[in-house]
Ligand binder design. Structure first.
Ligand code: AMP
Length: 141
């Protein structure tokens, strides 16, 4: 597996070089809206430290991150009351990974609404993403 390359879009979001609709941030973690959401409220949770994916991640980073995934999932759940939720994570291109900085997807599922395709290139409306991020931010306890 190739080494982590800091020239990726999520590293740029962490550095503040490109914008994102943030829902959660602490010393080690960032969560923000996916710009090509597979459902309303699709959120990404990433560690600030660099690894390509789960395979090369530091176990300590990973164990902290999955707890943050749960914290963010609770907020998404409170904010949007989905009927279910998919949490997923891809490792390398053949598995579907498109951004090579470790991240977990939190994808709310609403009964009767089919989930969109993964990274299909269709950008969500920025105002809609901003409003969703605000709703989710307000749901942290
Ligand atoms: P993966 O294919 O698991 O690597 O997922 C990468 C995800 O990042 C996809 O769901 C994309 O829609 C999403 N994505 C790509 N660029 C951005 C961005 N600038 N801000 C937020 N999400 C992004």
């Amino acid at each position: 597996m190739p080494a982590y390359d800091a020239d990726n879009i999520f590293a740029k979001i962490i550095a503040g070089d490109i914008p994102s609709h943030k829902v959660y941030e602490d010393e080690d973690t960032l969560a923000f809206m996916d710009v090509m959401p597979q459902s309303r409220g699709h959120t990404l949770v990433i560690p600030k430290s660099g690894s390509r994916n789960l395979i090369d991640a530091d176990p300590e980073v990973l164990s902290d991150l999955i707890q943050k995934v749960q914290i963010v999932a609770h907020a998404v759940n409170r904010a949007l009351s989905p009927d279910g939720m998919v949490v997923k994570q891809f490792n390398e291109t053949p598995a579907g990974q498109t951004v090579f900085h470790l991240h977990f997807h939190i994808i709310p599922v609403f009964e009767g609404q089919p989930m969109g395709r993964h990274a299909d290139g269709e950008m969500a409306d920025q105002d809609e993403l901003a409003a969703l991020a605000e709703e989710i931010r307000a749901a942290f306890e």
